[in-house]
Design a binder for this molecule. Structure first.
Ligand code: ADP
Length: 442
C-alpha cells in the first residue's frame, strides 16, 4: 500500500490561490473607489492607475514564481530521493522502454558487469549480445525467451537463472526478475523493469557443499560395508548358534547398516545429480515385472501393510532399470512410512496417453495442502515440526523427481491430510511397445 506523504499534501497550492483570488477581487472592486477619494485630477488618477496595474502584475508574477519554485523544488527533491534509492539498491536494475531502449540503469549494473559509466549500451538487444547470455546448461537464449522481452509482452518473469559474461571474461550466474509497467489498464506495457541478482557466490558455495557431500558419502561407504561384513562374519562364526538376545542384536545390526548404506547412497546420488555426474544406463524392460519384483522385496518390511498390484497388459519402457527400481523403493518406503496405522497400499501399472504410468496409493496421513508446494525440493520435509513427523532427510522425493525427469518423464501426486496420498510417475514407452500399442488399437 502506498500513502502520500504529508508534506506533499500540504504543498497543494489551492490555499494561496484562493487567498490571492479573494484579495485580488476585493482590490479590483474597491481600490478605484478608494483612489478616487484620495487622488485629485484625472492626470494623477491615470498615473496612479498605471502604477497600480504594474504593482498588480508584479505581485501576481511574484506569487506565480513562488508557487512554481516551491513545486519544482518538491519535484526535484522527490526525483533525487528516487534516484538515490535506485543507486543504493544492491541489485542491478534496468528500465527498458517498449522500443527496447535502456532508459535507466543503476550503479549496480556497472558493478555487476564491470562496465564504466557510459559503457552501458542504449539498446537492450545490443546489451544482451555483449553479455553473451546463456542458460545454466550453456544453451543459447533467443530474444523472445529473454525476461525483458517477455515483460514487454505483459508477462511477469520471476527469478529466471542465466549465465552472463562480464567484459573481463568472468562468468556470472544471475537471477533475473522482470515485470511489465502498465500505466493504464488494458494497455500494452510502456516499460519493463528488470532486476538482476548475482548468485555466483551462492552457486560456488552450493557446489562446494555438493562436492563435500559427495566426498563424505563416498568415504562413509567403506566403513559401513566393513561394519556390516564383520557383523555377518561374527554372526556366522558363533559356535552353537546364538542366544535369542544375540540373534536379535545381529538382526538389528544388519538392518541398520543396510539403512545407513541406503542413506549414504541417497546422499551420494543427490550430490552426483547436482554436479551433473549421474549417468543413465538405459535398457528395454517390462515395468510391471520390475514393480512386482520391488513389491515382493518390500512386502517383508512391514507386517501392518498389504501391498496389492493391479496391472492390465505389459508396459515396456526404455529406462535405467536400477534407477527406476530406486524410485519405486523410495515411493513404497514413503507409502509405508507415512501410513503408520497400516492398511492396503495399492499399485497400478498402466498405459496412459502413450506413456507407462505407475501409481502408488497409500491410506496414510496425507500431506497438509499448505505444505504440498515444495514437496520435491531437496531436503524439504512436509511433516517437519508436526506431531506426525517421522524423521528422514527429505531427499528421497527429490531424487525420484530428478531421476524421472532425466528419463524425460513426469512425477506428480495427489494428497489430502488424513486421507492418504497417491504418487505417480510416467515414462515414455519403448519404441517397439509404441508400435505394439498402435497395432493393438487398429
Ligand atoms: P523423507 O521421507 O526422508 O523425509 P522424502 O523426500 O522421501 O524424504 O519425502 C519428503 C517429504 O514428503 C516427507 O518428509 C513427508 O513429509 C512427505 N511425504 C513423502 N511421501 C509421503 C506420503 N506417501 N504420505 C505423506 N507424506 C509424504
Amino acid at each position: 500500500m502506498t500513502t502520500e506523504p504529508k508534506a506533499r499534501r500540504a504543498s497543494t497550492p489551492w490555499r494561496p490561490v484562493a487567498i490571492y483570488a479573494v484579495v485580488a477581487g476585493l482590490w479590483i472592486m474597491f481600490s478605484d473607489v478608494l483612489l478616487a477619494g484620495v487622488v485629485e485630477g484625472l492626470g494623477a488618477f491615470v498615473q496612479v492607475q498605471i502604477i497600480k496595474g504594474w504593482l498588480f502584475v508584479a505581485a501576481t508574477s511574484a506569487l506565480l514564481y513562488a508557487l512554481i519554485r516551491k513545486d519544482t523544488a518538491a519535484l526535484r527533491q522527490s526525483e533525487a530521493r528516487h534516484r538515490t534509492s535506485l543507486e543504493s539498491m544492491a541489485d542491478a536494475l534496468i528500465l527498458i522502454d517498449s522500443q527496447g531502449r535502456i532508459v535507466e540503469a543503476n550503479r549496480a549494473v556497472l558493478t555487476l558487469f564491470g562496465l564504466a559509466a557510459g559503457e552501458v549500451p542504449t539498446e537492450i538487444q545490443r546489451f544482451i549480445e555483449v553479455l553473451d547470455i546463456r542458460r545454466p546448461d550453456g544453451s543459447r537464449v533467443t530474444w523472445n525467451e529473454m525476461p525483458s522481452r517477455r515483460a514487454l509482452n505483459g508477462e511477469t518473469v520471476r527469478e529466471d537463472e542465466f549465465l552472463v559474461q562480464r567484459l573481463n571474461g568472468e562468468t556470472l550466474h544471475v537471477s533475473v526478475t522482470a515485470s511489465p509497467v502498465i500505466t493504464e489498464a488494458g494497455m500494452v506495457p510502456e516499460l519493463a523493469v528488470v532486476v538482476l541478482r548475482d548468485l555466483t557466490e551462492l552457486k560456488r558455495l552450493e557446489r562446494m557443499r555438493d562436492e563435500f557431500l559427495s566426498t563424505a558419502a563416498h568415504e562413509l561407504r567403506t566403513p559401513i560395508t566393513t561394519i556390516k561384513g564383520y557383523a555377518q562374519l561374527l554372526d556366522r562364526w558363533t559356535p552353537g548358534g546364538h542366544e535369542p538376545r544375540e540373534g536379535k542384536a545381529f538382526r538389528i545390526l544388519n538392518r541398520q547398516s543396510d539403512r545407513l548404506t541406503q542413506l549414504v547412497q541417497e546422499l551420494l546420488d543427490v550430490s552426483r545429480l547436482q554436479l551433473g555426474r549421474l549417468a543413465l544406463r538405459r535398457q528395454r524392460f517390462e515395468l510391471g515385472e520390475l514393480v512386482a519384483d520391488v513389491l515382493e522385496r518390500m512386502q517383508g518390511v512391514s507386517s501392518l501393510h498389504r501391498l496389492v498390484l493391479h496391472q492390465e497388459g505389459r508396459v515396456f519402457v526404455d529406462a535405467d532399470r536400477d534407477r527406476i527400481d530406486q524410485v519405486l523403493v523410495n515411493l513404497f518406503d514413503n507409502a509405508i512410512k507415512y501410513s503408520p496405522k497400516g492398511g492396503d497400499i495399492e499399485v497400478w501399472v498402466s498405459i496412459e496417453a502413450g506413456t507407462g504410468v505407475v501409481s502408488i496409493r497409500d491410506p496414510g496421513m496425507g500431506i497438509p495442502k499448505e505444505r504440498q508446494g515444495q514437496l520435491f525440493e531437496r531436503f524439504y520435509r512436509a511433516h517437519a515440526g508436526l506431531e506426525s513427523d517421522r524423521g528422514g532427510m527429505g531427499i528421497g522425493l527429490h531424487l525420484c523427481e530428478q531421476i524421472v525427469q532425466r528419463h524425460g518423464g513426469r512425477i506428480w501426486f495427489e494428497s489430502e491430510a488424513g486421507k492418504g496420498s497417491t504418487f505417480s510417475f510416467s515414462l515414455a514407452l519403448a519404441e517397439a511397445a509404441q508400435e505394439q500399442e498402435q497395432v493393438a488399437r487398429v
